[in-house]
Ligand binder design. Structure first.
Ligand SMILES: Nc1ncnc2c1ncn2[C@@H]1O[C@H](COP(=O)(O)OP(=O)(O)OP(=O)(O)O)[C@@H](O)[C@H]1O
Ligand SMILES: [Mg+2]
Length: 366
């Protein structure tokens, strides 16, 4: 779908939405704006409110507080069937008495949109890679193929927004990876806005334009996939999205957009980009450093000992014991460079200062 240069208006606005069930808060004052054509993922652990938020967007639940707007229009009083929204759920129910074609055609027929129906359904089956499956019964196709039928069934009506709640989680890893790539391609080809739910951070990072990381009903961070990984705003995000090393310390000096921290437990300082936070001297802060930004050597600031390693082919990740606690360091594997370091080997570790992310606020919330 062509994008023009007019200032973007959100296709979907979640405006201070809260949902309580019998006094328990499932979704807590969530505000996010989603733009036309975006692939947005709600990422978070089990029970954090992802499905509840999706169900409110779909119109299956009513917000206790707050509003949901589509193209600026308040959806509060619009029933689910009257929203331009498609749905694909994990435990999807295809119509078992219908063949693949009729399943995909269902939404068009229900809306009386039967002009060119044959061609629309066939195009959609081709898009999801199910050419020639039209007369199969839903009991005669695999789980992955059923997911594709469900996708085709939701896309054929050309909704403004497609909501997908863990649509791939029942599939084996290889099929899952394949369908991730295909979903992304289909999203780009159709230009439809996707709101995708997963608790798998790799899936979120590989597919999304932006990710809303949720924790206990709240959105802790809403940012690009790259920033979610490389610029985590909270300790929870740093830990939930990939592996990280969290070190604590106090501000020792601040100038020119950088702060120098004295770390706890080790005689090391680190200079980190301050971002847009201004921190007084002595303030407690945490820093997050991804394992791949750690440097392993003999003249680095923190003395450590190898606990164990795991080899992935391209890299080796060492678990290390140090005065700063348990650390992870990932280094590229050099073919011909010898074997991984054995347990108990003495090493020292440091990091690339530019890759350090400062996380202000109270320590320990995760
Ligand atoms: N209809 C309901 N009545 C009462 N509590 C509910 C209801 N639906 C959800 N909850 C509660 O709201 C919280 C959020 O649930 P939700 O299903 O949104 O989580 P989720 O992030 O989708 O988790 P998962 O990854 O396990 O699917 C949970 O504590 C859940 O028990
Ligand atoms: Mg859920």
């Amino acid at each position: 779908m062509a994008r023009d240069n007019t200032p973007a208006e959100p296709i979907l606005s979640i405006d201070h939405v809260t949902k309580r069930f019998d006094g328990a808060v499932a979704v807590n004052s969530v505000s996010i704006d989603i733009m036309q054509g975006e692939f947005v993922t709600l990422l978070g652990p089990s029970g954090c409110g992802k499905s509840t938020l999706l169900r409110m967007i779909a119109g299956f639940e009513t917000p206790t507080q707050g509003r949901i707007l589509m193209r600026g229009e308040d959806m509060s009083h619009r029933p689910a069937y009257d929203r331009e929204i498609g749905l694909v759920f994990q435990n999807l129910a295809l119509f078992p008495h219908m063949n693949v074609f009729d399943n995909v055609a269902f939404g068009l027929r229900a809306r009386g949109r039967t002009d060119g129906l044959q061609a629309k359904v066939q195009d959609m089956l081709a898009l999801v890679g199910l050419d020639g499956f039209d007369t199969r019964r839903t009991g005669q196709i695999s789980g992955g193929q059923r997911q594709r039928v469900a996708l085709a069934r939701s896309l054929v009506t050309q909704p403004d927004v497609l909501l997908l709640d863990e649509p791939l989680s029942a599939l084996d890893l290889k099929l899952r990876r394949q369908l991730q790539t295909e979903l992304k391609r289909i999203q780009q080809e159709t230009g439809i806005t996707f709101v995708f739910v997963t608790h798998d951070q790799e899936e979120a990072l590989s597919m999304s334009d932006r990710i809303a990381v949720m924790n206990a009903g709240r959105v802790e961070q809403f940012s690009s996939a790259v920033d979610t990984y490389h610029r985590p705003a909270t300790e929870f995000v740093a830990r939930f999205v990939g592996e990280t090393n969290l070190l604590r310390g106090q501000v020792q000096a601040a100038s020119g957009g950088r702060v120098t921290l004295k770390l706890d437990n080790v005689t090391a300082t680190v200079t980190a980009p301050a971002g847009d936070t201004s921190l007084g001297l002595g303030t407690d802060v945490a820093i997050s450093i991804r394992p791949e930004h750690m440097t392993l050597g003999t003249d680095q600031p923190i003395a450590a000992q190898v606990l164990s390693h795991s080899f992935s082919g391209a890299t080796i990740t060492y678990a290390l014991d140090s005065a700063a606690g348990r650390l992870l360091a990932q280094v590229p594997f050099q073919p011909g460079g010898g074997h991984p370091l054995p347990a108990k080997a003495p090493v020292s570790v440091g990091w690339t200062d530019t890759a350090v992310t400062l996380i202000p606020g109270k320590p320990g919330r995760s």
